[in-house]
Design a protein around this ligand. Structure first.
Ligand code: SAM
Length: 291
């Protein structure tokens, strides 16, 4: 069974605090780690809608969750389209929403998906390979030096973005993620355990998948999605994701439309990080919707 160790699980359950009859949404089902724990609590007619934009992940989630599948509706879609998804299912409002941003370990390590440093695959990096959109490889091989520099600077906070972009353009054609990482690391040195290409590869992934636009579209539509008393949990992995979540939460709190439940951001404890190092940069924020 393929799996992605879900992060901050107990914290997610305690902030969402689902009642057994609730309608919940897992906006980023992945391989179903959080969905499993949520579905197990929906014992009195409750329903879980598990969404992922990655059809391959969703298929694995379906098989991982076969024993609780009677309580789950799986939907291949993006969370920015949540309102439309709910309309198509005849759901007016939901009582709880979980969003666990980013990519899963399965995606990062799957050969052929083009996410991981050491892959000989083309740098694809699309979470949804059925979409006919630009890949990271298209950008590094055909984008202008200025465009590449802007992506690395704005989405990777890479200070040497211009020099990296110049090196990329000179090294064309770049045929694999492995070669791309080598070119970037010829300019940016490793910082401790973190490889020099980490920020740039992450920036390309965020760009290819419009990750910040996705987040913004979802946050700005929440008032049309949540029932009064609904609980919402976001888990983010870098500051560009955490910032808009924090800003929207604070703004609703000030307007009296919601109560922020996490006065300070919640992070994994030492024991979780030891067990699952991928959790180390996770940040959780939760809120209760008033309406
Ligand atoms: C960190 S993983 C989630 C792991 C999951 N919680 C689990 O326990 O297995 C993030 C997942 O979100 C999906 N994803 C990212 N952005 C998305 C979006 N805008 N809409 C829907 N799914 C998205 C990815 O394809 C990936 O499977």
């Amino acid at each position: 069974m393929q799996w992605h160790e879900p992060v901050l699980v107990e914290e997610v359950l305690s902030y969402l605090a689902p009642q057994p009859h609730w309608t919940l949404v897992d906006g980023t089902a992945g391989l179903g780690g959080h969905s499993r724990r949520l579905a197990q609590l929906l014992t009195d007619g409750g329903r879980l809608i598990s969404i992922d934009r990655d059809a391959q992940s969703l298929e694995i989630a379906k098989s991982n969750l076969a024993d609780v599948a009677g309580r789950i509706t799986f939907v291949h879609s993006r969370f920015s389209r949540l309102r439309q998804v709910l309309d198509s299912l005849g759901v007016e409002a939901v009582n709880g929403l979980l969003v666990d941003c980013g990519v899963s370990r399965y995606q990062l390590t799957s050969p052929g998906r083009g996410f991981s440093f050491d892959s000989d695959a083309v740098a694809d990096m699309r979470m949804d390979q059925s979409e006919n959109t630009e890949t990271a490889s298209d950008i590094v091989n055909f984008g202008s030096e200025e465009e590449i520099a802007r992506i690395l600077f704005e989405l990777g906070e890479e200070r040497r973005a211009r020099r990296v972009a110049r090196a990329i353009v000179r090294a064309r054609p770049i045929r694999s993620v492995h070669s791309l990482a080598d070119v970037i690391e010829s300019v940016v040195a490793r910082a401790g355990r973190v490889r020099g290409s980490t920020k740039s590869l992450q920036a390309l992934r965020i760009y290819v998948n419009s990750e910040l636009d996705e987040l913004d579209a979802l946050l700005s539509s929440l008032d049309k999605i949540l029932a009064p008393g609904a609980r919402v949990v976001f888990i983010t992995f870098h500051s560009l994701e955490d910032r808009p979540v924090k800003r929207w939460f604070q703004s609703w709190h000030k307007q009296g439309r919601a109560q922020v439940l996490t006065k300070h951001v919640v992070t994994p404890g030492e024991e979780e990080i030891r067990r699952n190092p991928a959790a180390r940069s996770a940040k959780l924020r939760a809120l209760e919707w008033r309406g």
